[in-house]
Structures are given as structure tokens and as C-alpha cells.
Design a binder for this molecule. Sequence first.
Ligand SMILES: Nc1ncnc2c1ncn2[C@@H]1O[C@H](COP(=O)(O)OP(=O)(O)OP(=O)(O)O)[C@@H](O)[C@H]1O
Length: 250
Amino acid sequence: MTMLSLHDVTVERRGARLLAGVSLALPKTGAVAIVGPNGAGKSTLLRLLAGQAEPSSGVVRLGDTPLSTLPTRERAKTIGYVPQHFAPHWDLTVTDLVRLGVERGGGVPSGTLDAVIEAHDLVTLRRRKWSALSGGERARVLLAMVLAVDPPILLADEPGASLDIRHRLALVETLAARGGDRLCVVVMHDLDLAFRHFDRIVLVDRGRIVADATADALFEDQRLDAAFGVRFVRLATAHGRLLQAAGAPR
Ligand SMILES: Nc1ncnc2c1ncn2[C@@H]1O[C@H](COP(=O)(O)OP(=O)(O)OP(=O)(O)O)[C@@H](O)[C@H]1O
């Protein structure tokens, strides 16, 4: 059953076409990675799915309901969105920010505040203010704020970008596992992690979805090389498959 969908969506801003006639159907469960080069339109696509941006034409639906007609509170309960850039209005502590996440989400907290803080490895930071956190620590707090209410849909825009390797791996594993019983859509630049952990890969290039397939099917697909403008050497290792960018496409 389709949970969240885009129907022939175009986005234009200041005369530029950011997305051109994009359609996408996302089921109730699954882990989906959105990949593509810089400026391809990935964040724009995710913002549309989150109801944070309006299409110039076309429609975004949650089930059968156009997302634009859904009350904000209802949308916040259903869709957790982790943006690429975020700055709180006030310089709150980690505990207060996670509490804010629970209140904003309006849903049932996934545990006590303490449990959420512990689950996200934030115990030592709980009294620290936002301004005193590193980029990676902020990213972890942001995710905790959104996951504090355990939404059925999670949309995350490059949540692992500023994380060290241990936290990034843990995060990607957590997000991919969410796809087992929820919908989890993640914009990712780390192709190896995307192909290793996600069921489905959506490849965006110049405002269009140019491929949408299982990780297995897309791994060998030359459209990857074309979109990124490189020639990938495909390596099979004991821990999964790796893509090594080896130069210009042939
Ligand atoms: N408000 C806007 N007005 C004009 N152009 C915009 C606006 N917002 C984004 N763009 C442009 O739209 C294109 C798509 O942007 P988007 O942020 O969706 O790309 P992306 O694939 O997420 O890129 P990245 O990997 O660099 O984060 C970019 O060329 C960007 O400069």
C-alpha cells in the first residue's frame, strides 16, 4: 500500500526548475535511500515529501489525502523530518530540545525523556546548550528530537554527514532497520553505506528521478556513473559491495 507519493510534481523557484515532472510512490514500510550529485534536487524532493515546500504543479499525497490539506499537527504526528540545516530559535539545552521534539510531534513519546536521551547516546550532553555542541552532536540531538515520538514516516536529509564513523554507521543501521516496520527515507552521499544497508535506491539527477530500483539492481547500472560524472569500479568485498570512483565516465 502506498503511504506517501509524489504525482508529476514540478518545482520552480526564481525561474529555475528544481524538479521536473517527478513521480514517486513510497510504501508503508521500507528503507529508501535518495542519492545523486550536488544540486540534483534531493533536498527539494524530501522537503516536498515532508510538506515543507509546495510544488509549483502536481500533488503530494499522504495515503489518499493531499498533504497540503492535512492539518499541521496531524502531519507532524505522522512525518518526522530531519532537515539538512537546522538552528533552534533559542539556545536550549539538549534535554529541553528533546522535550520540544516530543511536544512538537504531538504524538506518544517513544519512551521517557531519559530513555530517549540514553538511546541516542546523549547522556553526557544533556545539560549542554545547543551553541556548545559540535556539528555531529547537533545532528544526533536533531535526530533524537524527531525520533522522540517515533513517527511512522521518517524523512532525513544527510543526517550522517557530520558524524564520526562509529556514530554514522550506528545511525545508518538504525535508519535502515526502521524500514522493517516503518517508512524511512534518507538522502545520502555515502553510496557504499546506501548500497549496503538500504533496500531501495532512488537516483536523482538534474531535477529528475533517473533510476528507482533495488540496491542489487542499481549497483551495476551505468546510470550511476552518468549521474555522478565518474567511472565507478565495482568491488565485491566480504563486507558488501563498494563503489570506487576511478575517473571520468567512458
Ligand atoms: N529557493 C531557491 N531558488 C532557486 N534555486 C534554488 C532554491 N533552492 C534550491 N535551489 C537550487 O535547486 C537545485 C536543487 O537543490 P537541492 O538542495 O534540492 O539539491 P541537492 O540534490 O539536495 O544538493 P546537495 O547534494 O548539494 O545538498 C540546486 O541547484 C539549488 O541551487
